[in-house]
Unconditional design. Structure first.
Length: 157
C-alpha cells in the first residue's frame, strides 16, 4: 500500500506552490521611506531637485516629498506617474509610445476620471512577483526621473 502526502496552502486550501494564494507583505511606510530616501539621493547626486510619490496597492498615498528647489508641478507629475504605473502595472517609460496618436491606447489618457500621465518616471513596485504599490518621480527630464525610480527600487530589494 502506498501513501501520498500533500502539503496544503492554508491561504487557498490548494496544493503547495506559489501564486495568487500566497501571502505577500504589503508596501509599508518604512518601505516607502526607503524609496523616497533612495530616489532623492539618486536625484541629488545628479544635481536634480525632484518630487517623490509612493502609493500603496490601492492607490493611496504612503509617502510624498518635494525638494525645496523642485518645480511646483513636479508634485502633481510624480503622483500621476505613480498612479499610472500602478494602474497599468508597468513603468511609464514603457507606455509612452502606446498613447501616441497612432498607438493602441491613444485615448487612454483621457478615458478615466483620474488622469494618467504617460511620461517616464513612474514604476510599479513588486514583492514576490505581486504588485504592492508604485513610485513616481517628477522634476527632472523623463529619462532622469525613470533612472532615479529604478535606483530607488534597487534599494528596496
Amino acid at each position: 500500500m502506498s501513501t501520498t502526502s500533500t502539503t496544503t496552502n492554508t491561504t487557498t486550501g490548494t496544493g503547495t506552490g506559489t501564486g495568487a494564494g500566497t501571502t505577500v507583505t504589503p508596501l509599508t511606510s518604512a518601505d516607502a521611506e526607503t524609496l523616497v530616501r533612495a530616489a532623492r539621493a539618486a536625484a541629488e547626486a545628479a544635481g536634480v531637485a525632484v518630487s517623490v510619490t509612493v502609493l500603496d496597492a490601492g492607490g493611496h498615498l504612503l509617502a510624498f516629498r518635494r525638494d525645496d528647489r523642485a518645480v511646483l508641478i513636479s508634485g502633481e507629475t510624480s503622483t500621476r506617474k505613480a498612479y499610472t504605473a500602478l494602474q497599468l502595472d508597468a513603468p511609464t517609460a514603457d507606455l509612452v509610445d502606446l498613447v501616441k496618436p497612432d498607438g493602441p491606447f491613444h485615448s487612454l489618457p483621457t478615458a478615466l476620471d483620474r488622469p494618467l500621465l504617460f511620461i517616464a518616471g513612474g514604476v510599479p513596485v513588486h514583492r514576490d512577483g505581486r504588485l504592492i504599490g508604485a513610485l513616481g518621480i517628477g522634476g527632472g527630464a523623463p529619462g532622469q526621473d525613470h533612472a532615479f525610480a529604478v535606483a530607488a527600487l534597487a534599494e528596496l530589494r
